[in-house]
Design a binder for this molecule. Structure first.
Ligand code: SF4
Length: 124
């Protein structure tokens, strides 16, 4: 059984981008998913590509509709099984990174856990 792969934008210039990384980190620490190296994927690293090919589920988590993580994954040939955009799905307005709250991080964690749990395309 492959990994549950998280591709997060972790855009540190905004609250929602930063939130993708902080929330995914909590999920990863609980052993519920693995944060893959998005920058490595963008560079075509064969190890990351192999592990993504073997992944049972791929979830992209983006802060805003520019969807950097999802687009990198798609361009690399790994369209995610689920894609979250925190500014839209959780209705968190994009702003400076200082505007982070624990409540928003907890809501993002819940959304990521749900996205990881849904059935993959091959199982549908
Ligand atoms: S998706 Fe939005 S928040 Fe994330 S890195 Fe791209 S521009 Fe920044």
């Amino acid at each position: 059984m492959g990994e549950r792969a998280l591709l997060v934008c972790f855009g540190g210039m905004s609250n929602v981008g930063t939130l993708t990384g902080l929330a995914a980190l909590e999920v990863a620490k609980a052993g519920e998913g693995t944060i893959f190296c998005l920058a490595s994927l963008a560079n075509g690293d064969p190890m990351v590509e192999r592990r993504l090919r073997e992944a049972r589920r791929i979830v992209a988590v983006d802060g805003c509709p520019l969807a950097c993580a999802r687009r990198i994954a798609e361009r690399a040939g790994f369209p995610p099984h689920a894609a979250l955009v925190l500014s839209e799905d959780l209705k968190i307005p994009k702003g400076p990174p200082s505007g982070l709250s624990d409540m928003d991080r907890e809501r993002a964690e819940v959304a990521i856990r749900e996205a990881l749990r849904e059935q993959g395309r091959s199982e549908e």
